[in-house]
Design a protein around this ligand. Sequence first.
Ligand code: UFG
Length: 323
Amino acid sequence: MSVLVVGGAGYIGSHTAQALKRRGYEVVVYDNLSTGHAVLADGLELVVGDISDTAKLSQVLRRVDAVMHFAAFAYVGESVENPRKYFKNNVQDGLTLLNAVVDCKVSKFIFSSTCAVYGIPARVPITEDLPRLPVNPYGASKLAFEFALEAYGRAYDLRFVSFRYFNAAGADETGKIGEIHAPETHLIPSAFEAIGGERGALQIFGDDYPTPDGTCVRDYIHVNDLADAHVLGMEYLENGRSAKLNLGTGRGYSVREVISTIERISGRKVPTQMAPRRPGDPAELVADPSQAEKVLSWKAKYSLDQIVATAWSWAQSRKKTGK
Ligand code: UFG
């Protein structure tokens, strides 16, 4: 069985591509390398191409049984300033990919969705049946694609899983792949940059939220736990079903709790500075992952300590190797 991993030279895509390979799938990575890195696809077949290129896509789609789609822009702040970029890539070009998939008669599709589709949730932990009311263009672009998949699933011979990720973090233990973003905006790698003096103090975006210590609470999930869920999602599709599933741990940590975990694991002080709230940040986003646990027989295994430890090793090795 062969899987086309679109966006497989990116952060979550590369970890999933490796997990598929370990499980015995034939993997073809398709990536335009605009934000991906060829080094993250080392050891795999890499086709450099864009999701808007139907001809190139069709060539590779004819030789695979399933598609996983990770190729998207994912900066919330940027999506507010430049929504056109997000709707073009995540919706318009995403639909070009989806149409090519259907035209080439590939009937299994896994989509990287996000907890941002829920917007500011009416309750936490978040279950899949909560209303989808995104509060930024990034979340809206992902929701538009979810709607398309649901309609295509009903109309055509297409089975799909939409995985709504919470906060992906950590790196593979091999030290070969991990997070590479430019610019880096995510909390854990940003804190590492502050430790290393590669940026100024880490800004804590707001400490007046209605949470126990006033800082935002998020559900941090290890990227290999996400990757494992995708492999199981593939098996679920092989059994002929579709689903929309949260992928999180069910446990939230505040920004301050993450910072003190980073300090404990790294043995270094994180220089911090208080800053105003970041627009569009809900106070608390924590998954109820019970649906994914039930239908996939999956459970997130990595703790926050392991997430931080693997991310820290990766950041240190990148400095040494210059990756
Ligand atoms: N934070 C800081 N300082 C920083 C960076 C982050 O205080 O320098 C805080 C944020 O305010 C937030 C938490 O740390 O409370 C986590 O922020 P990240 O930027 O690491 O992640 P987000 O929660 O913003 O983003 C994630 C996914 C997005 C998704 C979003 C949904 O990466 O793809 O959740 O809200 F859209």
